[in-house]
Every structure is written in C-alpha cells, then in structure tokens.
Design a protein around this ligand. Structure first.
Ligand SMILES: Nc1ccn([C@@H]2O[C@H](COP(=O)(O)OP(=O)(O)OP(=O)(O)O)[C@@H](O)[C@H]2O)c(=O)n1
Ligand SMILES: C[C@](O)(CO)[C@H](O)COP(=O)(O)O
Length: 224
C-alpha cells in the first residue's frame, strides 16, 4: 500500500513566542523540522511526504529539503488558518489510495518504531491513533467546580494519526464545527470509530520553551 505522510508545519508558534515558527528553531544545530522529516523517510523507503508550511516560509522549508533530503520524496503545500485547514490542504495532494500518516512537524522525536506500529495497525483496522497514559491526576471542569476522573480511563493523544485514505479523505469533507484538535475527532464526527495504539512518552509536542530543553536532552540520549 502506498504510504504518504502529511506533516503539518503550518503554524506560527504563538505559545513558543520565538518570532520564528518553532518548526524552524534549531535543535543541536539542525531545524526541528529536519528531525521529523528524516525519521519518516527512514521509517519506510517507499514513503513520500506532503509538507504543509505557512505561505511566507515555503522558501525556508524548501531550503531544508534541498540541504538534507531527496527532493523527489517531499512535496510542499501551503497551510491554512487552523490545523484542520492545514491537514485538509495537505490531503488535496493525495490522489491515489494510500495509508496516510498525519503528523505534527513539532513532534520531532517520533521514532521509526512508532511510525511502523501505527502503519501496521492502520493496514489491519483502517486507523491508528497513538496514546499514552497520564501520569498526572486528571479533573473535568464543570459549571460549579471540577470532578476527579479515574486516570485509568483517560489517555493523552499523540500523532502520527494514521488512516486509510478511503476513510480520512471523505471525513475531511466535513464542515469544521467547533474545534477539531486532531484527525481522530474529525473521523469520529464523520461517524467512524478509531483504533488506538501505544504511543511513546518521548514523542512530545514542542509547544513551550521548556519543551526545547527536554527535546535536546532526549536527543542527547538522556532520559527526560
Ligand atoms: N494553522 C496551523 C496550525 C498548526 N499547524 C501545525 O500543527 C502542529 C501542532 O500545532 P501547534 O503545536 O499548536 O503549533 P502552532 O499552531 O504553531 O503553535 P501555537 O498554537 O502555540 O501558535 C504544528 O506542527 C503546527 O505547525 C498547522 O499546520 N497549521
Ligand atoms: C494533534 C495533537 O498533537 C494531538 O495531541 C494536538 O491536538 C494538537 O494540538 P495543537 O493545539 O494544535 O498543538
């Protein structure tokens, strides 16, 4: 089955507050985006990438591709106003039947093993959504305060979220209502179930400045 990774790097990194979008910040002298693309290309020789970038940063993205990667394996498209719109734009470049990996560019510590685990599950069941347990206690905010949840019944959701194109592409024709924060919720809003797979603690989403410090430690082989 054809494999396509839609790597979304169309955000501006408001919470990081760095000026430059966080996907271009350096980690051990290479842009964060480099690690994400490199891991996907290494996971499977027959996997191609659709890289979604903010319009004003397409040249910077192309420079990274030209410097490090086989440019025949990476196509660039423009992001949208929300993550949902960016994924939707990326999916427009998928024209054949495929297994599609949607991944946050800023989860740059994803491993080839996780990518392969998700692929195998998606081939079997049509979908694979990686999750990890919460090590913190969890509460649900209510109108009059908050309720404790049993954390054994709660998981934290990561990417890559992987689907058969026959499932994901029709799901993204749905009108965006409220906020879809991931592909699993789009597919469910379309009326389909998703299957979960074991994610990885190290597969953090670089969001705040502290995450860069943690990522550098992990890249150096130190436990966080
Ligand atoms: N319009 C958007 C918004 C986000 N993303 C991507 O989705 C991933 C997860 O988003 P997030 O961590 O929220 O990134 P930003 O939107 O850049 O950050 P912030 O919310 O702090 O502005 C990132 O790789 C980001 O580039 C995207 O492709 N298009
Ligand atoms: C897709 C995601 O990484 C799953 O945890 C997350 O929902 C993205 O959220 P963000 O606010 O766009 O960073």
């Amino acid at each position: 089955m054809k494999k396509i990774a839609v790597i979304v790097a169309g955000g501006t990194g408001t919470r990081m507050g760095a000026g430059l979008p966080k996907q271009f910040l350096l980690l051990k002298n290479k842009p964060l985006l480099y690690y994400t693309i490199d891991t996907f290309l290494r996971a499977y020789d027959d996997l191609d990438i659709v890289l979604v970038l903010p319009e004003v940063y397409t040249d910077m993205g192309q420079e990274i591709i030209d410097a490090y990667f086989d440019k025949d394996r990476v196509r660039i498209t423009i992001g949208g106003i929300s993550r949902f719109e960016s994924v939707k734009n990326g999916l427009q470049l998928v024209d054949d039947e495929a297994i599609i990996f949607v991944h946050d560019a800023v989860r740059c510590l994803v491993s080839p093993e996780l990518i392969r685990r998700c692929y195998e599950q998606a081939v079997e069941t049509g979908s694979a959504v990686p999750v990890v347990p919460s090590s913190d206690s969890v509460r649900l905010l209510t109108e009059d305060g908050s309720d404790a949840l049993d954390r054994e019944n709660v998981v934290l959701v990561q990417t890559p979220q992987v689907f058969h194109s026959k499932l994901l592409i029709p799901a993204f024709s749905i009108e965006q209502k409220g906020k879809f924060t991931d592909e699993a919720s789009v597919v469910e809003a379309f009326g389909m179930k998703v299957s979960l797979v074991e994610g990885e603690k190290n597969n953090i989403k670089i969001t705040h400045p502290i995450d860069l410090v943690i990522a550098e430690q992990l890249l150096n082989g130190n436990p966080a």
